[in-house]
Design a protein around this ligand. Structure first.
Ligand code: PMP
Length: 433
């Protein structure tokens, strides 16, 4: 069955398939960190549905929440009508929101995917400001719909002013650290304040507090505060995309908590649906210039996703899984530091909480002035394959697809964390041989 399924799907599906090309497995069962394939092989899943599974696969509280809705006779499809399930989800979500948003926020349920919520955020700030331009950052990933794609780093579209995201390791300014972050902030200010050759005031600025697909690049807290000041001083709504960083992943419930900034719009998806599709924006009430019916969509009321999401948010909050992610992530990062010291093909290791990245470089090449050697996507792909051979699922990311990304569930044990790193270390050794 295993080979047949792989062969048929590779023939029938578009060449645009992403994960399936590098992960030729046929998952049939999953629990927590573990996936079992149709061929009986077991894997530790550090992709977690592209960072979706805060509680891992099929967590009992998530399954129970879904079963409760199924058994209750509640409608499964109900457009955007108010229901007890939606009420519980909204209440639980609002209890987690940062700063002023926790007291007073509006929520808009969007289409099922993160990209729908990004698109809704853009429409919201364009309506509220009457302006149309957007600012986004190099290396960003916001989704695959038209404007979200335009705001993403790899896309060659116009209409969005792209600014340099602070990147310590391959700092675009050649300085790294606080200095690089400050130069990024000044670049932004000069573009906004130069009324002759700069850019018109945009409808909004969008950023990720830790770039995920962009290669696990955490923004320095000071830079985030500077972006907050710069946008606030010019009345530009700041949209923070926590689609991947949210729900404890980075060591705090929302990643913005680590810098203390409060966004005007928060874009949320992935983990908030507890493995099922759900995407929302929450934002300052004053921005709600939408006319009734201005934002529609058939699939904004997935009751199962809301129930699974409520269970996930509550479980993370009550069990302090955000603090657990911070503590375990710091230990894993320290061990990755040891791995980097032992292998000169590892250029950098970094991350926040359980969002970790290992950047592979060409050890034979010369370093640039920042000390970074060229990224090595072929080696990264070899490491990914060697991981899979050792029963470890990891994804690649980054501007050159040379960053191995680890996004394990927040529920993993110390022993599981060790097993992940043992297999990764073994895979790196095998791939460089
Ligand atoms: N924003 C970020 C930060 C993401 O990581 C992603 C997905 N990886 C998206 C938006 C898009 O979400 P979706 O794939 O659900 O459309």
């Amino acid at each position: 069955a295993h080979e047949g399924i792989l062969r048929r799907q590779s023939l029938r599906e578009s060449a645009a398939r992403t994960y399936a090309r590098s992960l030729p497995i046929v998952p049939v069962r999953a629990r927590g960190l573990t996936i079992e394939g149709a061929d009986g092989r077991r894997y530790l899943d550090c992709l977690s549905g592209a960072g979706t599974l805060a509680l891992g696969h099929n967590h009992p509280v998530v399954l129970e929440a879904i079963r409760t809705v199924l058994d209750s006779g509640a409608p499964l499809h109900i457009l955007d009508l108010a229901t007890p399930v939606k009420d519980a989800f909204t209440t639980e979500l609002f209890a987690t929101l940062p700063g002023e948003l926790s007291e007073k926020a509006r929520i808009q349920f969007c289409g099922p995917a993160g990209t729908d919520a990004v698109e809704a955020a853009f429409t919201l700030v364009r309506t509220a400001t009457g302006r149309s331009g957007l600012m986004a950052f190099s290396g960003a990933y916001h989704g695959m719909t038209s404007d979200a794609l335009t705001a993403s780093g790899g896309a060659r579209h116009t209409g969005v002013t792209r600014l340099p995201y602070p990147y310590d390791y391959r700092c675009p300014f050649g300085t790294g650290g606080e200095r690089g972050a400050e130069l990024s902030a000044r670049w932004t200010e000069s573009l906004l304040d130069d009324h002759k050759s700069g850019v018109p005031r945009p409808a909004g600025m969008i950023l990720e507090p830790v770039q995920g697909e962009g290669g696990v690049i955490p923004a320095p807290p000071n830079w985030l505060r500077r972006m907050r000041e710069i946008t606030a001083a010019r009345d530009i709504p700041l949209i923070v995309d926590e689609v991947q960083t949210g729900v404890g992943r980075t060591g705090t419930f929302w990643a913005v908590e680590q810098s203390g900034i409060v966004p005007d719009v928060l874009v949320l998806s992935k983990a908030i649906g507890g493995s099922l599709p759900l995407a929302v924006i929450v934002y300052r009430e004053e921005l709600d210039a939408w006319q009734p019916g201005a934002h529609a969509g058939t699939f904004r009321g997935n009751q199962l996703a809301m129930a699974a999401g409520t269970a996930t948010l509550a479980y993370v909050r009550r069990n302090g899984l955000d603090r657990r992610a911070a503590e375990l992530g710091a230990r894993m990062l320290a061990r990755l530091g040891g791995l980097a010291a032992a292998h000169d093909c590892i250029g950098d290791v970094r991350g926040r909480g359980l969002m970790l990245g290992v950047e592979l470089v060409d050890r034979a090449a010369d370093a640039d002035p920042t000390g970074a050697r060229p990224a090595d996507p072929a080696l990264a792909a070899a490491v990914q394959r060697a991981c899979l051979d050792r029963g470890l699922i990891v994804e690649l990311g980054g501007r050159h697809s040379a960053v191995v990304r680890l996004l394990p569930p927040l529920t993993i044990t110390d022993e599981q964390a060790d097993a992940i790193l043992d297999r990764l270390a073994d895979a790196v050794t095998a791939a460089v041989r």
